[in-house]
Design a protein around this ligand. Sequence first.
Ligand code: NAD
Length: 500
Amino acid sequence: MKTLPHYLNGQLTSDISERYAPVYNPATGEQSAQVMLASADETREAVRIADEAFIGWAKTSPLKRARILFKFKALVEEHADELARLISSEHGKVFSDAKGEVTRGLEVVEFACGIPHLQKGEHSMNVGTGVDSYSMMQPLGVCAGISPFNFPAMVPMWMFPIALACGNTFVMKPSEKDPSTPLRLAELLSEAGLPAGVFNVVNGDKEAVDVLLTDERVQAVSFVGSTPIAEYIYATASAHGKRVQALGGAKNHMVIMPDADLDQAVSALMGAAYGSAGERCMAISVAVPVGENTANRLREKLVAELANLTVGPGLVDGPDNDMGPLITGEHRDKVAGYIQAGVDEGAELVVDGRQAAIEGAGEGYFIGGTLFDHVTPAMRIHSEEIFGPVLSIARAASFDDAVTMINSHEYGNGTAIFTRDGDAARQFCEQIQVGMVGVNVPIPVPMAFHSFGGWKRSLFGPLHMHGPDGVRFNTRMKTITQRWPDGIREESNHFSMPTM
Ligand code: NAD
């Protein structure tokens, strides 16, 4: 059985751990590897290594740091297919989705390559007589990242390229469900010339995480995962004096106005609801058609499209399936349980993914695309995050009702409106209490040079991830006010400029 270790001080570790977790291929249900679960002491060792590497890395010129990231970008591009296969074999998403994830992660690396420009600081001359003032954006020290299973390449790449470019060292704790890709990224960083100890990967669970949240050498924690854990991470790490950005769960609605291009909206919904088997924090899980006529037409078109949705293994010879399996058998059962809960609460189950005939499914963790109609805000399938291929139609009588439905939800990660009416779109953007909004765009993930983050219980902490907020999060501002009275130059001639 292949064992996935940690990556410390520039190499894969060879020590034996006391605890392991199984890693599965979700398309077959077979165990493909076991991953080490770090003890508290092993995690502290990773922090010590990163702490020791900090002074040298922080003093490395920003341009030199950026050049290593440029090289890393080239290596990730070169190995993109290999990384995508690795993602698909442990996560289950189809190859093209996995490739897309690598590309989106790379965009953050590209942004990070330009960070010397953003870390220049500010300078004001003569703020008083003989007084100048300037601000420096210094790195923090050891930063930690804790990531979820659903984007094993992209979410770590939201975090570490910016932290490293700003001069921090890093300890990454990936999801124990698909840990191979972050380990491979660590190897590529070393190949790109990153000094040993600057980037480390600790595989593990709560025991490792708790060290990262409490060890005084860790200065900042970036987290992406479910809301209960995000809340715990934020409370614990903040109480230990760290800056924290903790991104949580989501329930994203798409409003379809009566004047929307319905074919465009349906095509967008199919990708946004069922892509990556709905295991995306920006997946649309609730369609909110405004008016009965819009709802009936939308439903009819969705049912027709669902009949053509191809579900199967993520890695196949020939054209990709539309959607792969879920991450684990346990999660598949949880999603199936939500489908039953929807039926029990009185929603109309229009297409039941539990019944889907899936070619080549074997023992894999598959569930087909599922559609509910007549879902109301009180139902659990509306109030809770399912994180599976389940789309609910929640009919709204008016634009205002749709906005109220979304604003009443505890999550506020992403949302979208499909309309031809500029006024409705503008009002929606202004009134909606959600962090990322699409207008005729179903999954409005901001580009790397903007920042990513939700509102309400989808994000704990003031700063979003990557983009300008990412640079602010990963640096500490120091402002120097200095005075060199006129007399000093005459008194100390050796400071005068040499004559040419
Ligand atoms: P999760 O919360 O179970 O795990 C996330 C990380 O936390 C993993 O590294 C895990 O090992 C660790 N962890 C789990 N339990 C812990 C505990 N008790 N104490 C300390 N650490 C713990 O999330 P997941 O199932 O891997 O990922 C799916 C969730 O992530 C969904 O809720 C999804 O919406 C969310 N997500 C959010 C975003 C976003 O940008 N807001 C992006 C991707 C995923």
